[in-house]
Design a protein around this ligand. Structure first.
Ligand code: ZN
Length: 438
């Protein structure tokens, strides 16, 4: 499973590629791709399918043989995006000696200085001229050779660098990509590069969403290979676990869903994010299709959908903070999950997480059934924590659920650290969730 996770991380340098990797994984497991733009009225019991939204969110469904109003939906949510740097339009900044920089904008909340002095490359999607203005064509781009770096200032120019060094996102974080012979070569430099990579005419490129990513792949480390180091563990590790669980879902009665949203790192407020109606509307359409085929009691599909939601349960899976041995004072004195100690339930008295005693108990019971240890994460009371998908989703669907995640170190660093045992444990719990209830 860890080999599969490493492969998943390395082929997913950004949200768009993560969704493409998930697509291929699901297709390999026999899931059919469907489009949200087409009718879903023929979705029937036993179907395994997936849909995507904006090429950056993906929803995989195994349709149960019983009506959702009888079984409820079983849902696992995760997110495809991670903090990074997005290339701005008109990005070329030629400079002294022909050194060309690219202008970037920070996406989400990365730990900026972890991005310095690494071989970086570009990945994302490129929008090409289509049949007409309203129907452009999309190509994914994943350049797999080192192209750029964000060079740090030498210590000789700032002897106090190790005493705290405030960074400007605009001045300090721009990557270099080439040494030009003359500044005229800067014109359309990036467009020419992208056109060459894709084998298309430069004039056919209308726009792009391109991100920087760390060229160094994921790896195990530790004397016993007990750790994994990679960019984007938050939240691709949970996305991978959810996909492993849905592809082996054995509950033939209930409809199971793995929902991987985009834009969690910026508040989920997009059409492909957890604050949008995208999941609610998909569930509604699946339910309506089944009701339309006579599954379940006689009654309106709206009424049956409302009942289905009340019987549903969601595991919102996003990584948690592992106990950092160098900073014991940052953690709650009694609830500080350890790397390798198992999946965490995330709890917040002020309801930043959707967890409550009942939903925590359900997750704990699933852990017990899966033979997995369960930990709890609660913030140190003087430290404001983060938030995640669960509560945002309840703005669209009044569903019961729990916020969980595996503990990781250095969340939002260019490379984060997790435990291989925890990953395998999380897959076991999620697989248990998508199995018949016992
Ligand atoms: Zn996250």
């Amino acid at each position: 499973m860890i080999d599969s996770l490493i492969k998943f991380l390395d082929s997913s340098p950004c949200n768009f590629l993560a969704v493409d990797t998930a697509r291929r994984l699901l297709q390999g497991a026999g899931f059919a791709e469907r489009s949200l733009a087409d009718s879903l009225a023929d979705v029937k019991a036993g179907d395994r399918f997936f849909v995507t939204k904006n090429d950056s969110a993906i929803f995989a469904v195994t349709v149960g043989e019983k009506a959702p109003c009888e079984t409820g939906f079983k849902i696992i949510a995760a997110h495809s995006d991670s903090p990074c740097f997005r290339i701005k339009p008109a990005a070329e900044i030629p400079g002294e000696g022909g050194v060309l920089r690219l202008n970037t904008e920070v996406y989400g909340g990365p730990i900026l200085y972890t991005w310095f002095d690494r071989p970086l490359s570009l990945a994302g999607r490129v929008i090409l001229r289509g049949a007409d203005a309203l129907h452009p064509f999309t190509r994914l781009l994943h350049i797999k050779r080192p192209l750029l770096t964000i060079p740090h200032l030498a210590i000789h120019f700032n002897r106090a660098v190790n005493d705290g060094n405030p960074l400007s996102k605009q001045r300090d974080m721009l990557p270099i990509i080439a040494i030009l012979n003359n500044n005229l070569e800067a014109d359309d430099f990036l467009l020419r590069l992208v056109a060459d990579e894709l084998g298309v005419a430069k004039g056919n490129i209308l726009d792009f969403d391109l991100m920087l990513y760390d060229m160094q792949g994921a790896c195990r480390f530790g004397v016993n290979n007990e750790f994994i180091s990679s960019g984007r563990l938050d939240d691709l590790s949970m996305a991978h676990a959810a996909l492993m669980a849905i592809t082996s879902a054995s509950d033939s009665q209930a409809t199971c869903v793995a929902a991987i949203f985009d834009n969690e790192e910026t508040g989920s407020g997009t059409k492909q994010g957890a604050a949008s109606p995208v999941l609610a509307s998909l569930l509604q359409r699946v339910n309506a299709a089944l009701v339309g085929q006579g599954l379940g009691p006689v009654g309106s599909d709206n009424e049956q959908f409302a009942q289905a939601i009340q019987r549903s349960f969601m595991i919102s899976a996003d990584n948690a903070h592992a106990y950092h041995p160098n900073y014991p004072g940052k953690y709650d004195p009694t609830n500080h999950p350890s790397l390798g100690g198992g999946p965490c339930v995330k709890i917040n008295a002020n309801c930043k997480y959707m967890t409550d005693a009942r939903s925590a108990a359900i997750f704990r019971a699933l852990c017990e059934q899966a033979g997995v240890n369960c930990q709890y994460f609660v913030n140190h009371s003087d430290v404001a924590g983060g938030s995640t998908l669960g509560n945002i989703l309840t703005g669209q669907i009044d569903i019961e659920g729990v916020d969980v995640g595996n503990p990781i170190l250095a969340m939002h660093s260019a490379r984060e650290t997790a435990s291989t045992a925890d990953h395998e444990a999380m897959i076991r719990v999620m697989t248990r969730f998508f199995a018949p209830a016992i």
